[in-house]
Write a new protein. Sequence first.
Length: 443
Amino acid sequence: MFRFFKKKPDPIDPVAADQLADSEAGQHAPDAVHTERSADRNRVSEPASEQHLTDEGTQNAGQTAPEAGDVATEAPRAGLLSRWFKRNPEPASRGVEAQTTPEPLSDVVEVAGASQSNSDEATSEFEDEQDSDEQGEAQQKSSWLAKLRGGLAKTGKSIGGIFVGVRVDEALFEELETALIMADTGVEATEQLLVALRARVKKERIEEAAGVKQALREVLADHLRVLEKPFEVGRVKPLVVMMTGVNGAGKTTSIGKLAFCLQKEGARVLLAAGDTFRAAARQQLVEWGSRNNVDVIAQEGGDPAAVAFDAVNAGRARGMDVVMVDTAGRLPTQLHLMDELKKIRRVIAKADPTAPHEVLLVVDGNQGQNVLSQIRAFDAAVGLTGLIVTKLDGTAKGGTLAAVAAGSQGVRPIPVYWIGVGERIEDLQPFVAAEFAAAVVGQ
């Protein structure tokens, strides 16, 4: 936009773009009951609204919009806006009123120069911001790997410690077999790992204990890779996720952490408090919803299947990307509760014939071989599609996933989507076979 003056103007200051917040009110599904938080009652916070910027054509190239303060949601950044201006014209001849028509050639040259300058500044700032983001991601990755190694330190010490000051002989393999079984790897997985390790040592003619340890890490990573699978969001909308697990496995906490992870990827999440058996389960999920700034569908003492039905309809009406349905913790031997779990699945299918799209089982990593019986029972009841392994920090039973990958005790090698090491909201990360194998062998 060109601006013209009869006299020399004062220095021009940049005009900041107004930031407008458009609250996006979602349409609630019929019969859905929402919990509100106020002085005497609970309240569910609405999702953070998107922020838009108004460009008046006078914003500097280096100025960006402020970011939202909520850790769970991040407003989109404003683009770099070029600022166009016009110098004051040459003085008019005597007796003639000052002309306001710019000289075409000088205008073109000046605008081109301003555009080039602003373009260079925008490119430089973009590159600096990209480098900063990459450094931040690298630091976060390094921190997570350190925490994973620390969480599996007991397992890594029991397995990796046997390679110190020893020769590569049959005694080493026998000691390794004992260490793997003690780490709850299981007999079947231990045999498969040792057969593959012996073949690699013979083929590559490894004569040092350190080389055998490295070979074990690679063999274990290949063994666990069958469990590595990304969690796909966006293939259907909303993606209905049904959460299951035994009492005390960390199911509700995992839902809160998972909501944080999904929102970081730009997904809109809705939670359903389907655990109506435990007294504080609804309040706990509402608190997680408040911390993540997401809605929670809940009923006081209502039927969990009805809560799930309302949540699926509400997620479709509001255009949500993911709807996560919490369910009550139960043991596989509690047949009446397992029947209730089957009912919830059937009712969800009535709201959406293709749902639930994911049925996840949350298991405690400290329970060792007991995890196998849980997987087998829940898979038979509701058909599991993935696992979340929690509480891996401080465990000496890190080899359990190797037993799952081997199909021990009749279980299917069900994918592991996430693993948890720690109590913080960021301590739930996608499962990567190579990283897990390195931590298990103490590398």
